[in-house]
Write a protein of this length. Structure first.
Length: 180
């Protein structure tokens, strides 16, 4: 087979793949983009996006109206509710597990059992975002969490990467904000 034939075959295959990709996108079939670039945070989840996350496992994932992986919550805290806000990174966003198996949903369920006799309903809100460091989490706390009037704020801190996520010299992620 000569070089001209090989080039023709290669270009034909490449053009076919491009046309298939365009066709799938026009039909609305594509891998969902859960995150978007964000001037303040570096990146943030896209509100309302849902689809199958395919990483270490395949998980149905939905981003709520506020832009976090959780169900939607009223901004105003209902009466009789103990509201807990959880800030964190990928362990908190928990893309690899079903929503009901996230640590904060399990915590909400366990607290509901404990507080039932006192007529207090726990409501745990997740503000976790994959890859965030504590600088980004502080911005989320200031910009978004306080408006929900939480009674308790939990910071899920992972020593395996959260320390260097806060240093331009150690991490150097060009989109991430740093305070040092």
């Amino acid at each position: 087979m000569n070089k001209t034939n090989l080039a023709t075959i290669f270009i034909s295959i490449l053009a076919s793949l491009v046309l298939i990709e365009i066709g799938l996108r026009l039909m609305g079939i594509s891998y969902p983009e859960f995150n978007r670039l964000d001037f303040r945070y570096g990146w943030s989840p896209r509100p309302g996006v849902q689809g199958t996350y395919a990483g270490e496992s395949r998980t149905m994932m939905k981003i709520n109206r506020a832009g976090f992986r959780d169900s939607d919550h009223a901004v105003e805290k209902p009466d009789g509710v103990l509201r807990i806000a959880v800030l964190g990174d990928s362990f908190t966003e928990a893309r690899e597990v079903a929503l009901e198996d996230t640590f904060w949903k399990v915590m909400e369920s366990k607290l509901a059992s404990c507080l039932k006799a006192k007529d207090i309903r726990p409501e745990v809100l997740s503000f976790g975002v994959n890859g965030y460091g504590t600088a980004q989490e502080l911005l989320v706390l200031q910009d978004k969490v306080w408006q929900y009037d939480p009674d308790v704020v939990v910071l899920a801190f992972f020593t395996g990467n959260d320390i260097w996520n806060n240093s331009r010299q150690l991490d150097g992620h060009k989109d991430r904000p740093y305070f040092t």
